[in-house]
Design a protein around this ligand. Structure first.
Ligand code: AN7
Length: 366
């Protein structure tokens, strides 16, 4: 039976016999092949080939227990907090970290405190933090303000910080890279993901490097990260004071792991670029209506980024032997049900009709 990622990847993680493992059996998420996206990328690289030259895969992290990749980091952070006899945890969050921290804290019997930006957290995430019993405070400010506060509080008071500044978060999240390699039976050539506070790109890059060191894979992927255009400090090279984007999860103007994200980009020969809200929402609809995969807007930044790179002939620049059998993985970080308001805001509301067979048949075209 799958017993969570600490059990599976114990040899790669800083746990001992003394660590009480707090788990909801997170991890082991599906890696789903996308025929549509494989066709689109292959057409750029080999327009005349009969078979697809490139395979695009979607790592569906929305299927973790609380609906996002944060559970990978949280099983580690909360287990270690418990091992250290901590009684309370605290985080700042655009939503998913707070949902995950509250759930794992509830399971461990710890108090959880979360600070979120007022009015800027998707409904699903806020309801999770509340129902799991966290003390939830809305800050009249943004995520960056909230993060500064929790850093100061955790430095002065006996409460453990569980934002990705906590190194155990990164340790847990690196297992996403391990799983991708295990599922593909090799490392991907390119890995695309959204970038907010930049902990996850840091974690995945660490994971790939460790797997290579242990000879589990024989190459490293290029790390391709995507920020939202209105919240793209790394791309612009300066702090964004008032970040704005429909992708509220990545509405972050001063990422904590900024330098590590740049290192992942540069060491891997990758890039960090930005995508507009329009590109994000197009990819969001395409994934839902074309693939049957419902993600939250921030997660669609991976696929929006892929489509942008295709438009810019990015993959064409690669030598034929790299691209000839390339595997591309887009990490889909969070579930669409986190933010149902967004779906309802961009899709036409269902018609209301009489409970009458003729009226129904007329509408459905029979
Ligand atoms: C769905 O929950 O920062 O670059 O406070 O929820 O590691 O921050 C969430 C981030 C991507 C970006 N996709 O990851 C939070 C928070 C989703 C997210 C990101 C987040 P990082």
């Amino acid at each position: 039976m799958w017993q969570g990622l600490i059990n599976k990847y114990r040899d790669f993680l800083p746990v001992t016999e003394a660590t009480p493992i707090v788990t909801l059996n997170e991890g082991n998420t599906p890696l789903v092949y996308s025929e549509n996206l494989s066709r689109i990328v292959s057409a750029e690289v080999y327009p005349h080939a009969k078979n697809f030259a490139v395979g695009v895969y979607l790592k569906y992290e929305g299927l973790n227990p609380t609906g996002s990749f944060k559970d990978r980091g949280m099983t580690m952070a909360i287990s270690k907090a418990k091992e250290d006899k901590s009684t309370a945890v605290i985080c700042a969050s655009t939503g998913n970290t707070s949902a995950s921290a509250s759930a794992y804290a509830a399971r461990a019997g710890l108090k959880s405190i979360v600070l979120v930006p007022e009015g800027a957290v998707a409904l699903g995430k806020l309801s999770q933090a509340l129902i799991h019993g966290a003390v939830v405070l809305q800050i009249r400010g943004n995520f960056d303000d909230a993060l500064n506060l929790v850093k100061e509080i955790s430095a002065k008071y006996p409460v453990t910080l569980v934002n990705s500044l906590n190194p155990f978060r990164i340790e847990g999240q690196k297992t996403g890279a391990f799983e991708i390699c295990d599922q593909l039976e090799e490392a991907p050539h390119f890995q695309l993901m959204p970038v907010g506070n930049a902990g996850n790109i840091t974690a995945y890059w660490k994971g790939y490097k460790e797997y290579k060191e242990k000879n589990k894979i024989n190459k490293l992927p290029r790390m391709l990260g995507f920020q939202a255009q209105g919240a793209a400090p790394i791309v612009r090279g300066e702090i964004v004071k008032n970040p704005k984007t429909v992708a509220t999860a990545i509405r972050i103007g001063n990422p904590a792991s900024w330098k590590n994200a740049e290192a992942a980009r540069d060491e891997s020969g990758g890039l960090i670029d930005m995508v507009s809200d329009e590109e994000i929402l197009n990819a969001y609809k395409m994934l839902a209506a074309g693939e049957g995969i419902f993600v939250e807007p921030a997660s669609a930044a991976s696929v929006a980024g892929l489509l942008k790179l295709v438009k810019n002939d990015y993959f064409k620049r690669d030598s034929q032997d790299v691209i000839g059998n390339a595997k591309i993985v887009c990490v889909l970080t969070g579930h669409g049900l986190k933010d149902p308001d967004r779906a309802l805001a961009i899709i036409k509301k269902p018609k209301i009709i009489k409970p009458d067979i003729k009226a129904v048949l007329k509408e459905i075209g029979y």
